[in-house]
Design a protein around this ligand. Sequence first.
Ligand SMILES: N[C@@H](CCC(=O)N[C@@H](CS)C(=O)NCC(=O)O)C(=O)O
Length: 210
Amino acid sequence: MTSQTTRAILYHCADARSLRCLWAVEETGIDVDLHILPFPPRAFAPDYRPVNPLMTVPGWVEDGRLMTESAAICERIAEGSPLEVQRSEADYWDYRNWLHRSDATLTFPLAIMLRYTRVEVPERRLAQAVDDYKAFFGGRAKSIEAALGDGREWLVAGRFTIADIVIGYAAFLATTLKADDVLGEKTKDWLARCMARDGFARARARQQAR
Ligand SMILES: N[C@@H](CCC(=O)N[C@@H](CS)C(=O)NCC(=O)O)C(=O)O
């Protein structure tokens, strides 16, 4: 792990994408200041705007620099630990592809579902959008099932890495949105392994403790 000149701050909302970062923090044991915000910050945390003008979580502030992308922050947290896959390892480019796929391809349809089931006021909720994007997510989630098809315990490199964290979060979010019925059986078993980790349990307990 690279040295920190100051302790990083992680801005987080319970069970939001920033859980990826808190989970990685708990898996590595890196020391951070955790700031829990109400969701969505743009409505309920106006003081957060000067920190992160996007008003999204995660926000990661370290050495005066802001990072806002959950997978990129996980790369930072994992640096120098076994959670990171090295350039010299055979699965390196698959690993990098999973990191990018996690939010852009897999969490995007779930964010639409979240918005139209929970964030919008009842009269603006859209059952059609929820159904359509659940099916859309299901098609994309087949990529997880295919990757686990050869009996792999974890997605890449023969060990638990931040690829499992960032993709595992998307699968976990699907379960909270009642979209887990579109996940394959191998994916459900892998998600259960991810969620059984002490680091995941510690992250969820820590977000409740505030
Ligand atoms: N691509 C970003 C997305 C960040 C994002 O949209 N976070 C959501 C939480 S799950 C958020 O803050 N939404 C509140 C809003 O958009 O107002 C990432 O991977 O972290």
